[in-house]
Design a protein around this ligand. Structure first.
Ligand code: PM9
Length: 463
């Protein structure tokens, strides 16, 4: 961080607005009708019925003028597009990985990785599950094992690095199944399902040593790397003088393989990649990508999208950018928490997570309080959020039982560079109004439950 940045107290945005998209204002009656038609699932709302869209930060960020100009520089050759070369050079420069395979988005990378690395009967430890990541592990015949520290499952615990790995849990897994049954350890930076919580550099270095000792590679889900790097700079001893870009590079250097949903940190509307340092693995990934995504020099992406992504990567690790991004999330979190609303602490990097168990203590988890809360916030305020609790957790693949996670959360996710501070105020007001009348919210039951990733398309009715 520069001296100037240290002196400035505000997290004010390092950009100005050049173009706007008009929003439709709706009435409470409109929204009641819309949520009923959507089966109480905010994924099934039409976006034009939403005022402030905090469903996700995935593909919803505002590209810069430089990224938009990049679109005009698209080289749409079938093979060997110059934008591909720009992308792989940028990935190596900022993220250290030598070989990059573009994919249509993050789950495309997860699919290829799982198919080439997991054998039936394998176990994949990770610092908490993510929906698509775990599903691809399971489809490849593997079993996910949660090795995150216990504090991550407690919304009120203020541990500064709730994304850390618990080595006793890793040791116990090796003891039980043997290192040969563990194809890799999967580590997410700024763990999404834990509330956007970072892993520390010290913990990651310890993991590097542990993995070297057991000859197990580290796969890095780098979807929200820049936010994690920022938290290390702010919270971990010895890193305050390093730039976010330097810290991000160091994190990547400690890992072997990475999956990226480029729709988050690097602020493109679509795209992702699988990156690695091992040439043999790269060749196997190239063989798979032609089957499921496209030629290895574009994967699932257009040339213009690879160009916008390469530019977005460079913007995503600027100190000023990430400070404003996380600053806005913290601003919203503080406003909501000051009113006594229970949230996950510390406030995460990409979203404010409401603790639906404490918010709606009268609704048992079997009646999906987070799903009900997300619908109620929409009806109250026109703000769209996402359930991250029992519905997202799904069912155990072997027993068919519903998972009942300790974290029953609603996520208010901030797209990057999209909304203003006044939008945050309106969001906080809406949440607080629902909180003041929380007793009126009713639980939900399924009217339709899809087999996989049910949270996307499930439908409900009030109990
Ligand atoms: N995350 C999110 O809203 C998009 C859809 S919800 C399943 O948080 C991580 C940590 C993610 C993620 C997507 C993916 C998959 C992998 N890892 O959506 O396929 O947060 O690009 O990425 C969403 P794609």
């Amino acid at each position: 961080m520069t001296e100037k940045q240290k002196r400035r107290k505000s997290w004010a945005e390092p950009y100005k607005i050049k173009m706007v998209e008009l929003l439709k204002m709706t009435s409470r009656e409109d929204r009641l009708s819309a949520i009923g038609q959507a089966g109480y699932n905010t994924f099934l709302l039409r976006s034009e019925d939403v005022y402030i869209d905090l469903l996700t930060d995935s593909g919803t960020s505002a590209m810069s003028d430089r990224q938009w100009s990049g679109l005009m520089m698209g080289d749409e050759a079938y093979a060997g597009s110059r934008n591909f070369y720009h992308l792989i050079e940028t990935v190596e420069k900022y993220y250290s990985y030598k070989y990059t395979v573009p994919t249509h988005q993050g789950r495309g990378a997860e699919h290829i990785l799982s198919q080439i690395m997991i054998n039936r009967g394998d176990y994949i430890p990770g610092n908490m599950y993510f929906t698509t990541t775990r599903l691809h592990q399971e489809l490849a015949g593997g079993t996910f094992v949660d090795v995150i520290i216990d504090q991550a499952h407690d919304p009120a615990d203020t541990h500064p690095f709730k994304g850390n790995v618990d080595f006793a849990k890793l040791d116990a897994l090796v003891e039980k199944v043997g290192a040969k049954k563990i194809p890799y350890v999967c580590i997410a930076t700024c763990v999404n399902m834990a509330g956007g919580q970072p892993i520390s550099m010290a913990n990651l270095r310890q993991l590097r040593r542990w993995c070297d000792e057991h000859k197990i590679p580290i796969v890095h889900d780098m979807t929200r790397l820049a936010e994690n790097a920022f938290f290390i700079q702010q919270r971990e001893d010895g890193w305050s003088e390093k730039s976010v870009a330097e810290i991000a590079f160091e994190i990547c250097s400690l890992t072997d393989i990475a999956t990226m949903s480029a729709k988050k940190d690097p602020m493109v509307n679509i795209g992702g990649f699988l990156a690695m340092n091992d040439r043999n693995l790269y060749e196997r990934a190239c063989n798979m990508v032609v089957v499921y995504e496209g030629l290895h020099t574009y994967g699932g992406m257009a040339g213009r999208d690879m160009e916008a992504l390469a530019i977005g990567i460079t913007e995503s690790v600027h100190d000023d950018h990430i400070r404003a991004r996380v600053g806005q999330v913290e601003y919203l979190g503080r406003k909501i928490a000051e009113a006594g609303v229970p949230i996950v602490k510390p406030v995460g990097g990409h979203a404010v997570f409401l603790n639906a168990r404490s918010f709606l203590p009268h609704i048992p988890q079997e009646q999906f309080p987070a799903q009900a809360l997300s619908a109620a916030i929409y009806v109250q305020s026109g703000v769209r959020s996402m359930e991250r609790g029992a519905v997202s957790a799904g069912r155990n693949k072997d027993t068919g039982e519903n998972y009942m996670p300790k974290l029953e959360l609603v996520r208010l996710t901030l797209p990057r560079r999209v909304y203003t501070q006044a939008h945050m105020d309106v969001t906080a007001e809406g949440v607080i109004e629902v909180f003041e009348n929380a007793g009126e919210v009713r639980g939900l039951r399924f009217t339709y439950e899809p087999e996989v990733l049910r949270f996307f398309q499930a439908r409900f009715e009030p109990v």
